[in-house]
Design a protein around this ligand. Structure first.
Ligand code: GLP
Length: 236
């Protein structure tokens, strides 16, 4: 594991954007696994800036996102599809048809999950997976559980996740209770993983996840078993 501690959010974002753009430069038709949340917003802003300057070209890149809330369609401003469009896709030259986010409104969620995994497989897997970490140690929406879930699946969000994510909603009651998330297989089969975290409130869980026992009670701990993991943490 490559653990990098940086001074502030800006440095974390810049370094993350550097790693992502290096991936795109080395393999222009790479598959990027992308994440939502407040943590990656700065890195996405930086990528938009570099793309506008012509320093990085996303025209052949394919992206697959980690997760989506159940019940929200892409036009809902709380959906992760909307988030990605607004915070990244609109600002870079990726083709909209090359961006994939699981559907939270599929009639048959089980089938949607199967298709999502198959799609990632058909793409040849993920070259670089970007991850944030939840306060309970979740990655994507893989919540603490008795076992690691391999495949894309429907998940009931834990109270702490609903609480943490309620800051983006008007009322806590508006936070969806369920989500569709990529499972551990597609994440762990990514050739490279980049985990970013910032803020004192993430320090304890990050320490447990990276240096404690590997346990499904701390989903991010499985990342210790990956052989190309970079973690960038900023206290600020
Ligand atoms: C959500 C997302 C995760 C993300 C987490 C942390 O629950 N599903 O992918 O890592 O939030 O979010 P933040 O970066 O806002 O702390």
């Amino acid at each position: 594991m490559n653990f990098v501690k940086v001074k502030n959010y800006q440095q974390m974002s810049r370094q993350a954007a550097n790693i992502i753009s290096a991936q795109v430069i080395v393999k222009p038709n790479c598959v990027l696994g992308l994440a939502t949340g407040s943590t990656p917003v700065g890195a996405y802003k930086q990528l938009i800036e570099w793309c506008k300057k012509g320093d990085v070209d996303f025209s052949s890149v394919v992206s697959v996102n980690l997760d989506e809330y159940v019940g929200l369609d892409g036009s809902n401003d709380q959906s992760y599809r909307y988030f990605m469009n607004e915070n990244l896709f609109k600002g870079i030259n990726i083709l909209p048809e090359n961006t994939f986010v699981p559907s939270g409104i599929a009639q048959n969620i089980e089938e949607e999950c199967k298709n999502y995994d198959q799609h990632i497989k058909d793409l040849g897997g993920i070259d670089l997976q970007l991850l944030g970490i939840g306060v309970d140690g979740h990655i994507g929406f893989n919540e603490p559980a008795d076992c690691f879930e391999k495949n894309t699946h429907l998940v009931k969000l834990h109270e702490s996740t609903i609480e943490a994510n309620s800051r983006f909603f008007e009322n806590k009651e508006d936070v969806p209770k369920e989500a569709v998330t990529m499972g551990m297989m597609s994440i762990m089969q990514a050739k490279k993983i980049l985990l970013i975290a910032n803020g004192k409130n993430k320090e304890e869980i990050l320490n447990k996840a990276l240096f404690g026992p590997v346990t499904p009670q701390i989903p991010a701990s499985i990342l210790q078993l990956h052989n190309d993991l970079t973690v960038i943490y900023s206290e600020e």
